[in-house]
Write a protein that binds this ligand. Structure first.
Ligand SMILES: [Zn+2]
Length: 190
């Protein structure tokens, strides 16, 4: 009788050991559909070349971890303007993080060589995609916002090579795992 009791326990143990192992790890998953592998990068505003926008706070300025895209027309004139996926990819995160972030969209892109890079779109007014949705380069994913009126409307845009980074501080001296977004896009146009 005592031995029989151990059978369910063993099954539970097997589930925990192997069950956890098969839970997909978003951060390193390569099982993206082939048609969503990247074929170059475009700008997230002013599709596809960033026309009509300028970079108000460049990567590295004041330890900024991204680029701030603003309309040339200034002020809140870009509030509600479209935000586009910079490349084919899969949405890994959408949420209102509140605080200094507001609505955030994070997309993972798989390069043809298998490497993953992430794009992050902050302060959005609206989010038009869902987690785990596949997107194509140039698809509208949201609109430019002001993080619940904390800022003048703009897009805070980051690119990352480290898939394990959390939402992050937006500013930091240590830029390991982050890319210069404009430089990366310029070097990887189709
Ligand atoms: Zn910013």
């Amino acid at each position: 009788m005592k031995k029989l009791l151990h059978i369910p326990l063993c099954l539970l143990l097997i589930f925990f050991v192997f069950g956890w192992a098969v839970i997909p790890d978003q951060s390193s998953s390569l099982d993206y559909r082939e048609e969503f592998i990247t074929n170059g990068f475009d700008y997230p505003v002013g599709k596809p070349d960033g026309e009509g926008y300028y970079n108000a706070q460049k990567f590295g300025e004041n330890n900024h971890l991204g680029d701030d895209f603003n309309a040339l027309t200034g002020g809140d004139t870009d509030l509600g303007d479209p935000v586009y996926a910079v490349a084919n990819g899969k949405v890994r995160f959408v949420d209102d993080v509140k605080g200094g972030w507001g609505n955030v969209i994070r997309i993972v892109h798989q390069l043809p060589n298998g490497q993953l890079v992430e794009s992050l779109y902050g302060h959005c007014d609206t989010i038009l995609v869902k987690k785990d949705q596949y997107v194509k380069k140039g698809d509208q994913i949201g609109t430019i916002g002001n993080a619940h009126e904390i800022y003048t409307a703009h897009l805070h845009f980051e690119m990352r090579t480290n898939m394990k980074l959390l939402i992050g501080p937006g500013y930091a001296k240590d830029k390991s795992g982050y890319l210069n977004p404009t430089a990366y896009i310029e070097a990887n146009r189709n």
